[in-house]
Design a protein around this ligand. Structure first.
Ligand SMILES: [Zn+2]
Length: 324
């Protein structure tokens, strides 16, 4: 698939803003200045965000050999939650890789969308939450600009398995919150899954503590005592609920949230340092621009830095220096 050159030119600012709006945390997805456009899709005027998914593959997915080379891009369309009542799509060019040994091709993976899926996880969750209300499937389909068949598929994927043991809980719980539909009572939804199988256990449309307490207290103490681990983010307010409701559980903080906090703290520190530089001093201003331009390099893991290759980097007076 050919790809317009300007789409591949990442614009940091645009990329950051779009990712914030779309809630994309994947660093391999980037956007260019020309990422946002309008188009008619399935007879509706739609918002289109065109981005690129890159990534690295060191080993072939089929034969395991390290004979992988970059291949062309593959185009994919992923439907997102409607934005301002307008259907919205992510038009993603995925990097493909080719194995020179077995000639298989495969594409870069994104956490944001499940493989072979044409609707985003957030849209799926929103439909699932609506399915628990007294709304017809047809209404849900119209609201999110999807077919009734898609709503049925979401229903199947989330609620297919009959609850074999209604009064049991997974031994290891994963809990998190996410932004669901706008009419959620608590603004944020709450998701509970089984850490061992990765399957969703339940979705609640309210994450407020008293609602969680009521929900979990429907399970008998004996059942709750069997829960040994709970993995969650750093939201301390769940802490009090989980301690009361699950007396034997140990709490772990999700790695992702730890890294997120460190990154944030580090960035704040960098900005503080930048603001202490004098506006009137030319050398200070040069340092300011360096700190601004190379923010990614500062966040890099030390083992991923290059210590040997000398290159000319912008803002370094054409000196040959290494990345480190
Ligand atoms: Zn291969």
């Amino acid at each position: 698939m050919s790809i317009a050159k300007n789409i591949k030119c990442t614009d940091e600012k645009t990329s950051l803003s779009i990712k914030q709006i779309l809630n994309i945390k994947d660093s391999h997805i980037t956007f260019s200045e020309e990422a946002i456009s309008k188009a008619i899709i399935h007879g509706h005027m739609a918002n289109v965000f065109t981005g690129v998914l890159t990534g690295e593959a060191h080993r072939c997915e089929y034969c395991g050999e390290d004979s992988v080379i970059r291949h062309a891009y593959q185009e994919s369309w992923i439907q997102l939650l409607p934005y301002q009542e307008v259907p919205t799509y992510l038009h993603l060019y995925k990097q493909r890789f080719r194995c020179t040994q077995c000639h298989h091709t495969f594409s870069a993976k994104a956490y944001y969308v499940a493989e072979n899926c044409y609707i985003s996880q957030a849209l799926k969750f929103a439909i699932a939450v609506d399915l628990k209300k007294k709304v017809s499937m047809k209404d849900i389909a119209q609201r999110y600009f999807v077919s009734t068949k898609t709503v049925e598929r979401v229903l199947d994927s989330f609620f297919k398995e009959p609850r074999k043991k209604p009064n049991s809980l997974p031994k290891h719980l994963l809990i998190d919150e996410f932004k669901g539909t706008s009419d959620c009572e608590g603004a944020m939804c709450f998701i509970i899954s089984d850490a061992d199988t990765g399957k969703i256990f339940d979705i609640l449309d309210d994450r407020r503590n008293f609602k969680l307490r009521v929900y979990f207290q429907r399970f008998s103490l004996k059942v709750r005592q069997r829960v040994t681990h709970i993995v969650m983010d750093m939201n301390a307010s769940y802490d009090t609920v989980t301690k009361d409701v699950f007396p034997n559980a140990r709490l772990s903080i999700d790695r992702f949230h730890v890294i997120q906090q460190i990154t944030r703290a580090f960035n704040n520190q960098r900005i503080q340092a930048m603001n202490q530089l004098k506006k009137s001093d030319p050398q200070d201003q040069k340092d300011y621009r360096k700190l601004k331009k190379y923010w990614r390099t500062i966040l890099k893991k030390n083992t991923k830095l290059n210590y040997t290759a000398f290159k000319q980097f912008p803002l370094f007076q054409r000196k040959y220096v290494t990345e480190s």
